[in-house]
Design a protein around this ligand. Sequence first.
Ligand code: NCD
Length: 303
Amino acid sequence: MRHDHLIDTKQLTRQDIENVLDHAAEIDADPSAFADRHAGKLLGLMFYEPSTRTKMSFETSIKRLGGDIVDMGPVESSSVKKGESLADTARVIEGYADALVLRHPSQGAAKMVGEFVDVPLLNAGDGAGHHPTQTLLDLYTIRENAGLDDLTIGIMGDLKYGRTVHSLAYALTNFDAHQHFISPGSLKLPRSVRYDLHEAGASVREHTDIEAILPNLDVLYVTRIQRERFPDENEYRAVAGDYQIDFETLEAAPDDLTIMHPLPRVDEIAPEVDETEHAKYFEQAHNGIPVRMALLDSMLEDQ
Ligand code: NCD
């Protein structure tokens, strides 16, 4: 991959993706071999939205490469509270760090900041837009469990506001994947995403129920209804809890179905599913380390 910003998955070719996944596999096989690789390098963390996995796994990854973090900390205790613009804050923090990680509630925020900063910028989620590093760990998990060739995947839940969905769907157009989108009518893929998938020649079908398609799936990617992005709480209540995967749903599932979820889950997957062979969502979260180590390793190379 080029040593510039990672803003969305539209910028990634199949080769870029395979390079990251191959490098992540190499790191996974012997993480200690990379322990001093980026000694002294600093990763600047700018999180304007809650995060557990993404933030902690970036922190773990840079530390496992021998580097460290400088963290803006919670928005409430930063200069953002004094009215500082996002671009100004980013330009200051780039002077402290060798690369930046940004999560922000506004779609397009990472692209905008990318125009102001010279150090590599990684988009860790911009509103309902993109979440490319999540996609790379999703693809790594899919490759390990089901393979990326001739893949039939169901992507279920909040397809409208789910940035992990948008990023994953674009990335899958680089592979021979049949994508089935399952959601209530009000949470279907945004028109712009559907259009881009179509332009990329993707094989896409949309459903409101999972029953008919479940027996054909290799992977089921479940997502949380993004409550914080609903303009009206009543709209959220109308769909909350509509889709749940439990033992009963799984009666029609193929034995080798892989179930994934970017986490956090609310009630989309019943805890009873965790004990089955299908459940790969905790493994998926752990894959965030080798994959983010691989990305940082290549992006920090020339810093
Ligand atoms: C996701 C996100 O922030 O978009 N979480 C994550 O990074 N694993 C999914 C979500 O919040 O539902």
